[in-house]
Design a protein around this ligand. Structure first.
Ligand code: ATP
Ligand code: MG
Length: 279
């Protein structure tokens, strides 16, 4: 099957195609459970609130939890696309009115549908190509990647302009993130890496964590990824996830939300690059 987009766009909420593709940001970490999905959802909301037509993609296909954190029950998802039941653009679900009405669109995954790692590489490459084509209809695409550094994860990351690495001060998070950056650099040198330190106890501590990663990249990989920002440890994040409501909608003034909004603003000042259409 193919993931080519259909001409009839009846269910899709995004408006007419654009000339330039969206900037695609892959939210990655290497290690699991560090805050990628929280970051991806909050970034998508922040971009949407800034007037960007935004698509959020659950790239953690088999252990998907974007829909769980959003508290939505989509009618269809990427598992259905991969199974050949629906076309990619028909799997788009509007959130808060969708991308054309001030909210954003989501391409959900399906938990328990089988891991991304198990998909044949051609399927993942086709999915990435479909995403790049779909990106023409948006200003901003955010892909919430799964944990790990296996090849299919890298194949999805390769469709992005930028990998936003979510890192905490735990040594395992730092080493896994470094491994991701290193493998991605070899696999897709055009994809820029940027770093967000999450769950920081102090800003100075977050800055130190960043410096440690940046130094390792500079020494061993010959480049220094820039710091997109530091997000403070905020108990409100856990509460929001437990209640399946986004913190940005229930408490937009929360410290962690203000931190992510600042990161979204810094990312918006970067334009899209040619890497978005490399497939
Ligand atoms: N800034 C923060 N402050 C406090 N807790 C946070 C923060 N960011 C994330 N968390 C907590 O970390 C946990 C994991 O978050 P999330 O599901 O977003 O991580 P993930 O990287 O997507 O995980 P996975 O690899 O399993 O997909 C959640 O319980 C969440 O509440
Ligand atoms: Mg996640």
């Amino acid at each position: 099957m193919s993931f080519m987009l259909r001409k009839s766009m009846d269910r899709r909420s995004a408006p007419s195609p654009r000339v330039a593709p969206a900037s695609i940001i892959a939210v990655a970490s290497g290690k699991g459970g560090v805050g990628k999905t929280f970051m991806a959802i909050t970034l998508a909301s922040a971009f949407a609130q800034s007037g960007k037509r935004t698509l959020l993609v659950d790239g953690d296909l088999g252990l998907a939890n974007v829909d769980v954190q959003l508290g939505i029950a989509p009618e269809t998802d990427l598992a259905a696309v991969i199974a050949g039941w629906v076309e990619l653009d028909d799997a788009v679900t509007p959130v808060d009115g969708g991308a054309s009405k001030g909210g954003f669109d989501v391409l959900p995954g399906r938990s328990g549908s089988g891991a991304l790692a198990e998909l044949p590489s051609e399927e993942v490459a086709r999915l990435a190509a479909g995403l790049s084509a779909l990106a023409l209809q948006y200003d901003q695409v955010i892909v919430d990647l799964g944990a790990g550094i296996e090849a299919n994860c890298m194949r999805l990351a390769r469709a992005a302009d930028k990998a936003l690495m979510i890192i905490t001060d735990e040594p395992t998070s730092m080493t896994d993130a470094y491994a991701f950056i290193k493998v991605l650099r070899g696999y897709a040198p055009n994809v820029e890496s940027a770093i967000a330190i999450n769950q920081a106890d102090t800003r100075a501590g977050g800055q130190r964590t960043y410096e440690a990663i940046a130094r390792a990249c500079q020494t061993f990989l010959g480049f220094r990824p820039h710091l997109a920002g530091v997000i403070m440890n905020d108990p409100k994040v856990r509460e929001a996830i437990r209640s399946q409501k986004t913190l940005i909608s229930t408490d937009p003034r929360a410290q962690s939300i203000q931190d992510v909004i600042a990161i979204a603003q810094s990312l918006m000042t970067d334009g899209p690059s040619a890497a978005a259409m490399q497939y």
